[in-house]
Design a protein around this ligand. Structure first.
Ligand SMILES: NC(=O)c1ccc[n+]([C@@H]2O[C@H](COP(=O)([O-])OP(=O)(O)OC[C@H]3O[C@@H](n4cnc5c(N)ncnc54)[C@H](OP(=O)(O)O)[C@@H]3O)[C@@H](O)[C@H]2O)c1
Length: 375
């Protein structure tokens, strides 16, 4: 086992009892075991509904006590004896999607939810309970994606992209829509309707689909954000989500039949008309990716789906291959994290200020804006 000098204890944001307030505690530092790395956390994401997860509003199922968290950027501090690539000091992105090694369909989101099977719950009960809102985290080796620090953070004069470390955290937002868009086989030159496009993951979907070479029809209520998308590329068209299905269909049809539709609705959009409008505007054998957080039932226009051989796929997160490819797309410069595209670090907070960070993230940040903890 390659262990650097790990401190005996570290600070972590702990929840002792489900839905009770989090608190910073000093607890034993995790140690590397076979198949894992211990990573020193530099920055970790605060998603907009983090407060609602940990106060029980979202009713996400997870084991307690736990160290809260999700995806993160960090440096490898120590690795298990079977690590073949990762080395102490290396910059990595820690992917929060943890899968059973003997059953990859057993999936948890680190620090957030223990999945839908007995196997997934076992993953969170035991080995992978503690997440990234801490100075150190133990992560599966395969969840640590090496980042080319010289390329990503080096100066343009030295062939780098000049990103500061915190900005790299937006990569994890881009991975989500990439999972769904790849799952439905989106190809360069195709047209994809993205709706609602004006939120955190909807905006990430617009950036990702453009980088994949597609033409994007961004659909949403917020015309200011839609006009920002329009300015990104000649391959962006926009359609206002008005709640009038016939009006939306007419607006979408101006751009011809779409090849694909990517939905990323939040629970509040359960009555929105865009799912019906977008499906009605797909070509024969068009594909649909459902990645939203809708909890109830949704109206589907059954006849067009049947008559046009439409394929509807659900997708939770992304595959390991998707995550690795997405990192490469950022490293080669195909997907930009630049400020001019609206990618902005709104704030970085120490663990002790977790509440301020949760509140900031909940203030409905605009597309590309991220809030981070800096343990
Ligand atoms: N499948 C997965 O793996 C996966 C991964 C991550 C997240 N998700 C899900 O994705 C959902 C979206 O997350 P997010 O962080 O992108 O949310 P967000 O930033 O809050 O964005 C919400 C979007 O929905 C729109 N919207 C809200 N209420 C609406 C309504 N009544 N009618 C029409 N549009 C409405 C918003 O439009 P305005 O801009 O006009 O307000 C905005 O575009 C979450 O619920 C989450 O559960 C799924």
């Amino acid at each position: 086992m390659a262990t650097a000098e790990l401190p005996k204890v570290h600070r972590a944001l702990v929840q002792r009892v489900y839905a009770e307030p989090l608190q910073v505690e000093v607890i034993p530092t995790p140690q590397p075991t076979a198949g894992s790395a211990v990573v020193q956390v530099l920055f970790t994401n605060v998603i907009s509904y983090m407060g609602d997860i940990y106060n029980g509003t979202r009713k996400y199922s997870y084991a307690t006590p736990l160290v809260a968290g999700c995806s993160a950027i960090g440096r490898i501090a120590a690795v298990g004896a079977d690590a073949t690539l990762l080395q102490p000091g290396q910059l990595v992105l820690i992917d929060s999607v943890i899968r059973g090694r003997d059953d990859p369909t057993a999936i948890i989101l680190s620090g957030i939810v223990d999945g839908v099977s007995e196997g997934s719950r076992k993953l969170m009960q035991g080995e992978w309970r503690d997440s990234t809102y801490a100075e150190y985290v133990k992560a599966p080796l395969e969840n640590c994606f090496p980042l080319d620090e010289a390329r990503l953070c080096g100066t343009p004069a030295s062939g780098g992209l000049g990103y500061e470390l915190a900005r790299l955290m937006y990569i994890s937002a881009l991975m989500v829509p990439f999972g769904g868009l790849r799952d439905i086989g989106l190809e360069a030159g195709e047209t994809v309707i993205i709706a609602p496009a004006t939120g955190h993951f909807g905006g990430a979907a617009v950036f990702t689909a453009l980088a994949m070479g597609a033409r994007v029809i961004a659909m949403g209520r917020n015309t200011e954000v839609l006009s920002r998308f329009k300015a990104l590329s000649a391959r962006v068209e926009t359609v206002r989500l008005t709640g009038d299905e016939e009006e939306e269909v007419a607006a979408l049809q101006k751009f011809g039949p779409a090849d694909a539709f990517f939905d990323i609705s939040p629970p509040q959009a359960s009555e929105s008309t865009h799912i019906q409008s977008a499906i009605r505007c797909l070509r024969h054998a068009g594909r649909v990716s459902f990645m939203g957080g809708l909890l109830g039932e949704v109206k589907i226009p059954y006849a067009p789906v049947m008559l046009k051989d439409i394929k509807i796929h659900g997708k939770w997160m992304y595959s390991r291959e998707d995550a690795g490819l997405l990192v490469k797309m950022v490293e080669v410069g195909l997907l930009s994290l630049e400020e001019k595209n609206g990618i902005t670090v709104l704030g970085t907070y120490p663990l002790e200020e977790w509440k301020a960070a949760f509140d900031k993230a909940a203030e409905n940040p605009s597309v590309g804006q991220i809030v981070l903890l800096r343990p």
